[in-house]
Design a protein around this ligand. Structure first.
Ligand SMILES: [Zn+2]
Length: 262
C-alpha cells in the first residue's frame, strides 16, 4: 500500500517537472510551404503569442521561386532566383512586424514539394533544435465543406502539412528515428500542442481582435504577391477574418484543428 502511494507521488512529481519545463519552453514554430502562407493562416495568433512572451519561428519549406505573376513569360533561372530573393526579403519583413525570432528557409524547389523522408528529417532537425511546445502547420487534407476552395489545395501546402505531421510523431520524439540527428547532438523532442490550419475539422479558435492590424501589416509585406491590389486584399482579409470572428462571437478570429500530443 505504501509502495503504491509512493509510486503515485513519484509519478505526480514527474508530471509536475515536465509541466514546468513546458512552461519555461514558450517556443512556437510555424511550418508552411511558402512565404505569406503563415500570414494568411495564423499571423494574428503568432503576434498574440509573441505579445504573451513566446519565441516564435517560421519555417518555410520551399524556395518560393515560383511565386511570380501569372502573366510572366520569363520563368528562367535568373527570374526564379530573383523571385526567391524578393520573397525571402518580404517574409523576413513580415517576421519583423510580428516579432519573430527567425525565419528558416528549407529551400525545397517551389511547386515540387513532396512529403519525402528528406523533408521530414529537415523538419525534425528544426523541431529538435528549437524545441517548441507549440507547432502550427498546414492541413494535409482537403476540406470539401462548405465549398471546395481550390486555391487552398496547393499541393505544396498539403505536402508541407503531411511532412510536418509525420515529423511530429514519432520522429521528433523518437531517438530511433534519424539516428544521424542524435549524432548531431539533437536530442528527441516532444511537441505538446499542434495547431492545423485549413483542416477538415476545426475545434479551436484564437481571438485575434488585438493583433488583427499586425496580421494585415505582415501580410502587406508580401508586396510581390499583391501588386496593384494591396488595398483590395486588406479589405478582403478583414472581411474574411471578421466573418470567422462572428462565428465565435469575437471581432476577429483565426481557427484551427488543435490537438495535444500526450
Ligand atoms: Zn502557399
Amino acid at each position: 500500500m505504501f509502495q503504491a502511494t509512493n509510486s503515485y507521488i513519484k509519478f505526480e512529481r514527474r508530471l509536475s517537472v515536465s509541466e514546468q519545463q513546458q512552461e519555461q519552453n514558450k517556443v512556437a514554430v510555424v511550418i508552411v510551404a511558402h512565404p505569406d502562407d503563415a500570414e494568411f493562416a495564423a499571423a494574428g495568433t503568432v503576434a498574440k503569442w509573441v505579445e504573451e512572451g513566446w519565441d516564435a519561428y517560421y519555417v518555410i519549406c520551399t524556395d518560393a521561386a515560383g511565386g511570380g505573376p501569372d502573366e510572366a513569360t520569363d520563368v528562367g533561372l535568373a527570374a526564379r532566383q530573383k523571385m526567391t530573393e524578393t520573397r525571402k526579403r518580404e517574409q523576413r519583413a513580415a517576421g519583423a512586424v510580428l516579432g519573430l525570432k527567425d525565419v528558416i528557409f528549407l529551400d525545397y524547389p517551389d511547386g515540387l514539394l513532396q512529403p519525402t523522408i528528406e523533408l521530414r528529417r529537415d523538419i525534425v532537425r528544426v523541431l529538435r533544435k528549437y524545441r517548441p511546445a507549440r507547432v502550427i502547420c498546414q492541413s494535409p487534407d482537403r476540406t470539401w465543406e462548405p465549398f471546395m476552395a481550390i486555391g487552398r489545395y496547393h499541393p505544396d501546402h498539403m505536402a508541407a502539412g503531411q511532412a510536418t505531421l509525420m515529423a511530429l510523431y514519432p520522429a521528433s520524439q523518437n531517438p530511433w528515428d534519424f539516428p544521424e540527428l542524435l549524432n548531431e547532438g539533437l536530442k528527441p523532442h516532444k511537441v505538446k500542442e499542434i495547431y492545423i490550419s485549413g483542416a477538415p475539422h476545426v475545434n479551436f479558435f484564437v481571438d485575434i481582435s488585438d493583433t488583427m492590424d499586425k496580421k494585415i501589416e505582415a501580410l502587406m509585406c508580401h508586396e510581390s504577391q499583391f501588386i496593384g491590389r494591396t488595398e483590395e486584399l486588406a479589405k478582403m482579409m478583414r472581411s474574411r477574418v471578421s466573418d470567422l470572428g462572428k462565428k465565435y462571437w469575437v471581432e476577429y478570429a483565426e481557427e484551427f484543428h488543435r490537438t495535444e500530443n500526450r
